[in-house]
Design a protein around this ligand. Sequence first.
Ligand SMILES: [Zn+2]
Length: 285
Amino acid sequence: MISIYKTVVKKPKVLDNDNIQLKLLDIISEQSPGEKIKNLYNHSEVRIALNKLYNNKCAYCEQKIPEGYSERIDHFRPKNKIRKVDNHKGYWWLGYEWTNLLPTCEKCNIKKSNKFPLKNGENTRISDNLENEEFLQNKTFNFSNFKIDRLEKEERLLLKPEIDKVEEHLFFIPTGEIKYLTEKGEKSIEVYDLNRNSLILERRRIIDEVINDIIDIFSNYEQHTDLLKKLFKNKVEYTEEKDYSFFRFFIKYFFNSFVVLDLENLQFSDISKILINEYEKRITY
Ligand SMILES: [Zn+2]
């Protein structure tokens, strides 16, 4: 997960409030209104905007959505009944809300499902009495009240990349595992399942590739500086459009513990010495 500025991309026109007003009023008396939320949020205009914003990556685990697979659009606050919460129809009224839609891979989407835990249990949850909550006035949805600061009073426990500074909650270790610094971080790892085997292996694969490339570079060439620069640019730099960029950030800044130590363990201490040397010379990779 990395932090995202949602304002970078314009809200898709198809989610304009006038369209939404009618759609929501139409399902207001349904027993399960969330199940009637369809079409507009799934519109290609929305998908294109979300993919641009998230660089075709999952908002939670940062893996690239494989070609040929379609990302799933996750309702951050679930549109259907919330897991383990009785007498509440879910946040169906946010079903078409731009700030509530995130692109995810299939696995994260299935794992998160309808979970939305809060810090103080149910004490702070927005009720589904929308008139009392002032989201609905005179049979008209008051979208200006959907604003983030009102919603944030719930004290959610799940990290949202569009609001939270992810680095204050999560960090990585060289095995590829993700760890937490806060309760929000802990709950998010659990609910999004960010330590599932496939993700740990994929992150670790990046380090293994870097190490193998370094060994190759040093065994075949005397002039290694240019090749190292290329390697750093391709595999270690953590530009936003790369997959697992938050993990790559850790490889770059903790290069010693993430890569150099492994090289020493692999009996390449001559290489590791040169690497440390070059690193200290502040070569810009
Ligand atoms: Zn994912």
